[in-house]
Design a protein. Structure first.
Length: 333
């Protein structure tokens, strides 16, 4: 039945049934993104690499745009066998996957996503708990490009400029905003544009690419580069039963492409960032850098909460404080 379904799926997605049958391993790939998104574009290139490097022994049928899987519950859905391979984002899970979900927040103050990815990959190599707590085999990682402050009425030069502002924010950033007199507001991104347009919000924390992809350049006038790092996290994985059914030489092909997929995702994300910044400039958005001492002071507002998170991980028997200390030490290098 599974073979018949996958053959039908192959036809539906423009892959010949003959090619699907000819492969030794017919796998499904699920993603909440489309190939128009940098993540989906990287996935499409990666699928082609895996098929080519396996000499056609592996055929992967993709299901894009949430056809099979969501971003929030992706790990659970993959573990349950919804697909053989999928995009995952444990950072969005409501609970569980504690190291994978909570450690990305420890990268506060980082500016260079390439450095974030390098530090994170070293941690993954040194601490098996990252892989063990997921229950799926990871074959790719994402690193978030830094988000900054997009503001309607005036740029941010000092932290005093935050006083009285209402900023659309992820939950992780509400505490630091409050420490300097701003109100962090959680709301769907789909509601953020009209809230900025009407003046309900004074700003939003978002990356450069949102100036174009979410049209924020139409409703903000200033982009102040106060970094809000998003850390790194596992982003593609193989169902464990599927993984264990693959021979070692095929497993080796997937593992050999883990770094390629991670780097390619970052490259395409940075291209989208550059396009967003250029679009913002064309629309008249003014960009300003923020003084290093201001960035450092703001970053320290994250420290108390993340120290508590590390202690919570310690209490679970996981290396929370040890990992936090390594991340902060690398930031100072």
């Amino acid at each position: 039945m599974k073979h018949v379904m996958m053959t039908v799926a192959a036809i539906a997605f423009g892959v010949s049934a003959t090619a699907a049958v000819a492969a030794d391993f017919n796998l499904t790939y699920a993603s909440p993104y489309t190939t128009a998104h940098p993540y989906g574009q990287a996935d499409a290139e990666w699928i082609a690499r895996i098929e080519e490097q396996s000499d056609g022994r592996v055929a992967i049928t993709p299901y894009w745009g949430r056809a099979l899987i969501t971003s929030r519950e992706g790990v659970d859905e993959l573990a349950a066998g919804i697909a053989d391979v999928s995009y995952i984002a444990p950072i969005y899970a409501r609970s569980g996957y504690d190291m994978n979900r909570l450690v990305p927040g420890m990268f506060y103050g980082y500016i260079d996503p390439q450095k974030v990815l390098g530090v994170y990959m070293d941690l993954v190599e040194d601490y098996p708990v990252f892989q063990q707590e997921l229950g799926v085999h990871v074959v790719g990682y994402n690193v978030g490009t830094p988000m900054h402050l997009l503001l309607r009425n005036a740029p941010l030069e000092t932290l005093d400029d935050l006083k009285g502002l209402r900023i659309r924010s992820a939950v992780d950033f509400i505490g630091p905003l409050a420490a300097f007199g701003a109100e962090g507001v959680t709301m769907p991104m789909t509601e953020t544009y009209p809230s900025l347009e009407k003046g309900v919000l004074d700003g939003v924390i978002a990356p450069y690419e949102a100036l174009k992809s979410l049209s924020f350049a139409e409703v903000v006038s200033y982009y102040s580069e106060l970094p809000h790092s998003r850390g790194a996290y596992p982003s593609r994985a193989v169902n464990m039963d599927t993984w264990e059914s693959l021979p070692e030489d095929i497993q080796a092909i997937f593992d050999a492409n883990t770094d390629w997929l991670s780097q390619r995702t970052l490259e395409l994300s940075m291209e989208a960032e550059a396009e967003g910044r250029a679009y913002g400039a064309e629309e008249g958005v003014e960009f300003n850098s923020v003084a290093p001492e201001v960035v450092a002071e703001y970053s320290q507002a994250f420290a108390p909460a993340l120290a508590e998170v590390a202690e919570e991980l310690d209490a679970m028997g996981k290396p929370g404080t040890e990992v936090l200390e390594r991340i902060r030490a690398a930031h100072e290098e």
